[in-house]
Every structure is written in structure tokens, then in C-alpha cells.
Design a protein around this ligand. Structure first.
Ligand SMILES: Cc1cc2nc3c(=O)[nH]c(=O)nc-3n(C[C@H](O)[C@H](O)[C@H](O)COP(=O)(O)OP(=O)(O)OC[C@H]3O[C@@H](n4cnc5c(N)ncnc54)[C@H](O)[C@@H]3O)c2cc1C
Length: 385
């Protein structure tokens, strides 16, 4: 029996249908080409899926957190590269949700209603895990800020129309001097650098961004000067379960394709040996456990209770499961797994353990919560109770 509501089930089915019709048939081709294809945005126009995280008051679909996970799982099932395009756009929106004014939200979210996409630019050469070590600066000049620097490995960077970019307004204060800005594509001095060659998620767009004297209105500052690190951390808390959802979809797909292959490869043995049966059962146990951790995290997020630890756990657990299950699927398929398109699931899984904070960094977050758990308020007993 499903604990999902009829509405959630209907949205999940619509996402599954979309993926079957538009993503699965093209995923191999775009992976081999190693580039983002605008076909995805055209195909998604009718469903407005890129607006699924946009609140209703800004015209979006406003899906609840569990429903967003259901959709992202389906996209991860179809192609983790194309799923990354959707997840990265939502990641950039999360910064605006966290710190944007009403006017900024309206401005940022409106393009998503037309299936345009956003990008989130935090990482720099030498400033990945240590996000506060960046060198990009934003200097106030009258009613503007002037931004100089560069960002690397930015998903959607070459194809987005709106960006959230992090830059130092007070370099002497390090991470405490970091601020977040909205930058619209096309501003003079804002150019797209090298397109990265990647091991996996090859149909997503990953580029370097170059900012030379890019002038933006001061009204594009999100929150206050110096709020950048707080905004980035809250954004990543909100967004990491999306990577968990892509990972669950990816792992389920690797397992399903492996089962299909084994049934074809050994047609005379509908009941393969017990060792193999147990292996497949263990893989499904892993995927199902990952899915439940994800849904629990999303339920906490939806309820508005603290969920930083669970966000880190779901990202770590689900991406480790995707890596493990996809690797085992390749092993079970032998050379066919290694040489066919099915090896894509294993290649795509690796990034899930790296971006939005590596799994080592997640383990730091989790261990801090374990070592110094937030106090739980226990009501005092009254006399006689
Ligand atoms: C395909 C792709 C898409 C990406 N998309 C985006 C995007 O849209 N926006 C964006 O801003 N960034 C993006 N990134 C960047 C990504 O988030 C960073 O690469 C990631 O956070 C790791 O940073 P790094 O590569 O500099 O690794 P480093 O920080 O150099 O880490 C190297 C290794 O050291 C470990 N390590 C580092 N510090 C510690 C520590 N304190 N304790 C224990 N271990 C540690 C790490 O876990 C890792 O194993 C993307 C990257 C890729 C490859």
C-alpha cells in the first residue's frame, strides 16, 4: 500500500510518462554527444516542470517537498544528466527562496514559468569544499556593484538566463565577507568560459563563468552584505535531498536494467542461482532504504522542522547507494555492462558523491550533529505526574 496521496501518485505517473516519452529515448544520444540539448526545455514546456519549486504566488506549481523528490527520482531514472539540469535550476532558486525579497522572487522565478533555467555559482578554482576561500569580489559603486572573478564547474552556466553568484563584498573577513547576488545573463563583462568534459552526467551543461567588471544594480543583492555563507549553507540544506532523489532514480534504473539483461542473458534459467537472487535482493533493499531516508528528509523539510543532519544523511546515503548498486549492476552484467550504454549509470553515479558538498564534507556535518546534538526541549514534570 502506498502512503502517497492520490495527487502525489498522479504527479509521479505524469513524470514517469514524460521521462519515458522524452528522456529515456534521447539520453544515450545526448550522453554520447557530451552536451546539453535544448530539446529538453522544449519538451518540458507543456508541463512547466522547471517551475515545480516556484511558490503559487509567483505562478509556479509549488509542489510539496515529497512530490518534488518523486519527480526528481523519475528524472534520475531517465537520465541523471538531464535530471541534474532540473535539480541545478532548483538549487539556484533555493537561494532566492531563502533570502530574496518579494520583488527579487518575482523577477527570478518568472523565467522558470517559461521553462528557462537558473544556475548557482559558488565554486571557484581553489574554493570548492572551502567555499569561503573564493576570490571573486563585488565592490559597491553608487547604486551598483561591480563584480570581478570567475566560477568553475557551474551546472547550467552556459544555458541559464538567471544566476545566483556568490562574491566577497569584504575580502578581509573571508567567509563572513561573502554575499549573494542575482545576475541576469547578458550583462556586459559576463562571459561563459570553457565547457567541461565529464566522466558522467554528460548531457548536463557544466562551464566556467568569467566576470570582468560586471555591473549589476545594488537591488540584486540577496539579503545583506556578509549573508552569503549563511544563504549558501541554507540553500544547500534545502537542495541536497534533490541529489538524493536523482541518486535513488539512478540506482533503481541500474538495478532494473540489470534484471532485464540477466533475464535475457539466461533465458533458460528464470530462477538464477541463489547467490545472484540474494545479490539482487540486497540491491533492492539498498534502493528502497535510500528512498525511505529521502522521503523522511523531505517530510521534515515540508513540516518546517530542522533537517540539516537528515539532508546531509540523505545525500550521502542515497549517492553511496547509487554508486554501489550501479557498480554491482555492471559487475553482474559482465563485459556487456562494461561496454554497453548501461555503464552510463555507474559513470553518472560518481558525481552524486561529489557535487553540492562531497560526501566527506557531509560526514563532517553529520558528525558535528552527532557529537553536539541540538537540545530536545522536554517539558518539566509537574508534581504528581
Ligand atoms: C559536474 C559538476 C557540476 C557541478 N555543479 C556545480 C554548480 O552548479 N555550482 C557550484 O557552485 N559548484 C558546482 N560544482 C562544484 C562542486 O560542488 C565542487 O567540485 C565540490 O564541492 C568539491 O569541491 P572541489 O572539487 O574543489 O574539491 P576539494 O574541496 O578540493 O576536495 C578534494 C577532496 O578533499 C576532500 N576534502 C576537502 N576538504 C575536506 C575536509 N575539511 N575534510 C575532509 N575532506 C575534505 C573532499 O571531500 C574531496 O574528496 C560542480 C562540480 C562538477 C564536477
Amino acid at each position: 500500500m502506498s502512503v502517497l496521496t492520490p495527487e502525489q501518485l498522479a504527479i509521479k505517473q505524469a513524470a514517469k510518462d514524460f521521462v519515458a516519452q522524452h528522456i529515456i529515448p534521447r539520453a544515450g544520444e545526448f550522453d554520447r554527444a557530451g552536451e546539453f540539448h535544448p530539446y529538453l526545455l522544449e519538451a518540458a514546456k507543456a508541463s512547466k516542470i522547471f517551475a515545480m519549486a516556484v511558490p503559487k504566488e509567483y505562478g509556479g506549481l509549488d509542489y510539496d517537498s515529497v512530490t518534488q523528490a518523486l519527480v526528481l527520482e523519475e528524472w534520475g531514472y531517465g537520465c541523471a544528466g538531464m535530471g541534474t539540469t532540473l535539480a541545478a535550476s532548483i538549487l539556484s532558486m533555493d537561494s532566492v527562496l531563502v533570502a530574496g525579497t518579494d520583488e527579487q522572487k518575482r523577477r527570478y522565478f518568472t523565467p522558470m514559468l517559461n521553462t528557462e533555467i537558473g544556475a548557482f555559482g559558488l565554486t571557484e578554482p581553489g574554493a570548492g569544499s572551502d567555499a569561503g576561500a573564493g576570490k571573486t569580489t563585488a565592490v559597491r559603486d553608487g547604486d551598483d556593484y561591480v563584480i570581478n572573478g570567475s566560477k568553475c564547474w557551474i551546472t547550467n552556466g552556459g544555458v541559464a538566463t538567471v544566476y545566483v553568484i556568490y562574491a566577497l563584498t569584504d575580502p578581509a573577513r573571508g567567509a563572513k565577507g561573502l554575499s549573494a547576488f542575482i545576475i541576469e545573463r547578458g550583462r556586459p563583462g559576463f562571459t561563459i568560459g570553457t565547457v567541461d568534459h565529464k566522466l558522467g552526467i554528460r548531457s548536463s551543461n557544466t562551464v566556467e563563468l568569467l566576470l570582468k567588471d560586471v555591473r549589476i544594480p545594488a537591488a540584486n543583492l540577496l539579503g545583506k552584505e556578509g549573508d552569503g555563507m549563511k544563504i549558501a549553507m541554507k540553500t544547500l540544506d534545502l537542495a541536497r535531498p534533490a541529489i538524493a532523489a536523482l541518486s535513488v532514480g539512478l540506482a533503481q534504473r541500474a538495478l532494473d536494467e540489470c534484471v532485464k539483461h540477466l533475464q535475457k542473458r539466461f533465458p533458460d534459467k528464470p530462477q538464477p542461482g541463489q547467490t545472484l537472487q540474494f545479490k539482487l535482493a540486497d540491491m533492492q533493499i539498498q534502493v528502497e532504504a535510500a528512498r525511505q531516508v529521502l522521503h523522511h528528509t523531505m517530510a521534515l523539510r515540508q513540516a518546517g522542522v530542522p533537517f540539516s543532519k537528515e539532508s546531509a544523511i540523505s545525500k550521502t546515503f542515497c549517492s553511496d547507494v547509487a554508486m554501489s548498486v550501479s557498480s554491482q549492476a555492471v559487475s553482474l552484467m559482465g563485459s556487456y555492462g562494461y561496454t554497453s550504454e548501461l555503464g552510463k549509470y555507474m559513470r553518472d553515479s560518481k558525481i552524486m558523491q561529489i557535487y553540492e558538498g562531497t560526501n566527506q564534507i557531509q560526514r563532517l556535518v553529520i558528525s558535528r550533529a552527532v557529537l553536539a546534538p541540538a537540545p530536545v526541549a522536554v517539558p518539566a514534570l509537574k508534581a504528581g505526574e
